[in-house]
Design a protein around this ligand. Structure first.
Ligand code: SF4
Length: 341
């Protein structure tokens, strides 16, 4: 529940509204996992909470640490036995959690492990929030906190819109995680109505488009959702988001050898994005088991980047972290599911 929802629940239970704030502070601020630990609440109120709420909803099955120590992958089991994963990325003083919002993904992008099985189900708000809650507790033991969030794990956030927006409200609430909207990023494959709806929310989170192609023809080949949402419409919706929220737009472009990494593709991409206030994040493809795709050479990636920079397009190059622990979204859950079958 968001704080407002919990305040309503508390009022209906015949209690004062500040009890909701107290519960929020216990769960998110102090990180307790039991109602009995909420020592400033009477027994009667604690019993009311116990009768209606439960935690936790995620069971930690496995953690994998990358060799460089900068990435930890968490594999969770949900109450119905389904599996999802989150990734903690630690770079310098930044602690970023990459969150999943669905089990599997309906978008079925050709290069992605999460989309391989399609959508199994949406995650609830609790299942989304608890990924961060657990990782925040883990960091607190080392005197650190989660400070950045990215919805780039399993699932398409716009296809679980209400739960994603509610979880952002909880992450942002001062009584909960107090993570600023500027430090929260939602990544979409280009669900036009979702982008437009998000532009009208009271949230000014960063929005990233998984572009991955310089034109509609290639995009349709690797992103089945592109058949439903033509590139031109998607780019218009992104511009609208940028205008309404005053946030710059980031376009993610996964470079896949022989598919979208040619010099002509770089030139076409430069033409497509010229005059736009944006950054292009180039991501060398992180190979996924049983998908016959590979990463371009370092030289090819550098050439691609140089063409964009010559056209005055700001680029960043995210060399995929955690390659040794299958850190691309969905890979661990898929491997584990394979071994469970
Ligand atoms: S890349 Fe993102 S949108 Fe595409 S299948 Fe994977 S999780 Fe879904």
């Amino acid at each position: 529940m968001t704080l407002v929802e919990l305040q309503e629940w508390v009022a209906q239970a015949g209690e004062k509204s500040f009890r909701a704030t107290q519960a929020f502070e216990w769960v998110y601020g102090k990180g307790v996992h039991s109602f009995d630990a909420m020592s400033n609440m009477g027994k009667e109120l604690r019993e009311k909470f116990k009768a209606s709420f439960a935690f936790p909803v995620l069971k930690l099955l496995k953690t994998l640490h990358s060799e460089d120590g900068e990435t930890i992958k968490f594999l969770w089991e949900l109450l119905d036995g389904k599996l999802v994963e989150s990734v903690l990325i630690m770079s310098r003083d930044r602690r970023t959690v990459c969150i999943s919002c669905q089990v599997g993904c309906p978008a079925r992008c050709a290069f992605c492990a999460s989309g391989k099985e399609g959508l199994l189900r949406n995650l609830t708000v609790a299942e989304i929030v608890e990924q961060v809650l657990h990782i925040d507790r883990f960091l607190k033991e080392k005197g650190e906190r989660v400070c950045h969030l990215v919805f780039m794990g399993m699932g398409e956030p716009m296809e679980n819109y209400d739960a994603v927006v509610k979880s952002i409200q909880i992450f942002n609430a001062p009584e909960a995680f107090h993570i600023s909207q500027r430090r929260i990023t939602v990544s979409t494959v280009g669900v036009v109505e979702g982008i437009r709806k998000l532009a009208d929310e009271e949230l000014k989170v960063n929005l990233v488009l998984s572009l991955h192609a310089p034109n509609q023809h290639i995009r349709k080949k690797i992103i089945p959702y592109a058949r439903r949402y033509p590139l031109e419409e998607v780019l218009d919706a992104m511009e609208e988001y940028s205008c309404k929220t005053h946030r710059d737009i980031t376009y993610e472009y996964t470079l896949i050898a022989g598919i979208n990494d040619q010099i002509d593709h770089a030139k076409e991409l430069a033409r497509l994005l010229q005059q736009k206030q944006c950054t292009v994040n180039l991501i060398p493809y992180n190979p996924v088991l049983n998908l016959n795709l590979s990463r371009p050479s370092k030289e090819r990636i550098e050439t691609f980047r140089a063409i964009l920079e010559e056209a005055d397009i700001t680029t960043t190059w995210r060399y995929t972290k955690g390659k040794d622990i299958a850190a691309a979204c969905g890979q661990l859950a898929l491997q584990k599911a394979d071994t469970l079958i």
